[in-house]
Design a binder for this molecule. Structure first.
Ligand code: ADP
Ligand code: MG
Length: 352
């Protein structure tokens, strides 16, 4: 068991490093004749983050961004005892006064819970712990344990009044599904304040693009294959937007019978979401919206994802299903190219 875990860790690390290299190889490093890019890599929020800036006051921008990341991690860490999320989770049912940043993000996440029919739920932390996804000590819990824990989850267990957050006793929140997207938005704010208009953020596979490449062309972003994570299934050519993916392949374990359990849970069952969607990528202007939706669409499955898209106009998506289909929305037409080796995939374009 232990050696299997070690192997998995090594594999995940390799995947992260590979994705970092392929990003800079395919997009960040090229055609920057008049701009010497500068970049910084940080390990924060349980992931590797690389920020590359192409113009403006690069050093000042990168150090402001780095400080911002550290500040936000200090607020939202579930394990650091002086974080605001930790204080909320250990308040014994009392109200906790939090910063503007935390109050805004919780408010947003609660709103998204409503908009996604409950697919995004920040109160799943105790259930994620029971599965071992937080500590890496994976196990399949009993149905009884899960249904007991589910009694403490749900939108109604969290109250936000101004900047005062109260969670019911026994309830814990985790902003993991939205925090990285919000962090990206705030990094971009810092970069803009320092005169940057061209930058690429890779926050553990969450890509956020500021402007276009320095030569004015689109960035080329690889869409990882959920079938073989060392490979890209398609390329997307985009500027000034976020490309955020939730995939079952990102964190998972396998039991003795070969069943796969991943880290995105269906809040209704407390079990890994099995919607037929194995990778959900959301493209849009707001990082936190794309982050929230990538997790949500993974849980909701293709029909509900399409219906949600039809009802709004602030995002596009690419879904990959377990029966080899790629479903994309019409805003991506002409921007997505399948790589050789994946040309057998059926592409379906959803239109308004
Ligand atoms: P990642 O952070 O791995 O890139 P996501 O943005 O999809 O991927 O976030 C997944 C994380 O969110 C999980 O690791 C877990 O902490 C938490 N989570 C899992 N299922 C849900 C859910 N249905 N709603 C909200 N958060 C979830
Ligand atoms: Mg997410």
């Amino acid at each position: 068991m232990k050696s299997q875990r070690l192997k998995l860790t090594a594999f995940m690390l390799a995947a992260v490093i590979f994705s970092g290299c392929s990003q800079s190889g395919s997009s960040a490093g090229s055609n920057s004749a008049d701009a010497e890019p500068e970049s910084v890599s940080i390990f924060a929020m349980d992931t590797y983050m690389t920020i590359t800036v192409y113009n403006g006051d690069k050093s000042a921008a990168l150090s402001a961004a780095q400080q911002r990341v550290q500040l936000l991690e200090g607020l939202w860490s579930v394990t650091e005892e002086d974080s605001e999320v930790y204080r909320i989770n250990h308040s014994g049912g009392e109200a906790v006064e939090v910063s503007d940043e935390t109050a805004e993000l919780i408010d947003f996440a609660l709103d998204m819970n409503e908009q996604t029919g409950g697919a995004l739920d920040i109160t799943l932390y105790p259930v994620l712990c029971e599965w071992g996804f937080t500590a890496g000590e994976y196990k399949v819990p009993s149905e009884e344990a899960i249904s007991e824990l589910l009694k403490k989850t749900g939108r109604d267990k969290v109250k936000l009044e101004g900047k005062a957050v109260t969670v019911s006793e026994g309830t814990s929140i985790d902003l993991g599904a939205v925090g990285k997207g919000e962090t990206g938005d705030r990094i971009i704010g810092e970069l803009k304040a320092n005169g940057v208009s061209s930058a690429l953020l890779d926050l553990g596979g969450n890509i956020q693009l500021l402007g276009s490449k320095p030569d004015g062309s689109d960035w080329k972003i690889g869409l990882k294959s959920p079938f073989d994570t060392s490979d890209n299934i398609a390329k997307l050519e985009l500027s000034d937007c976020c490309v955020i993916t939730s995939g079952g392949y990102e964190r998972y374990f396998t039991d003795d019978e070969g069943n796969i359990y991943w880290h995105i849970l269906d809040p209704k069952t407390g079990f890994p979401a099995k919607s037929g969607v194995i990778s959900a990528t959301v493209i849009g202007k707001s990082g936190r919206l794309c982050d929230a939706l990538s997790t949500s669409l993974f849980v909701m499955g293709e029909e509900k994802a399409k219906a949600l898209w039809q009802s709004r106009d602030d995002f596009d998506f690419v879904l990959i299903t377990d029966d080899d289909r790629l479903i994309m929305t019409e805003g991506l037409e002409g921007r997505l190219t399948l790589y050789e080796g994946y040309s057998n995939m059926k592409i379906e374009t959803v239109k308004k």
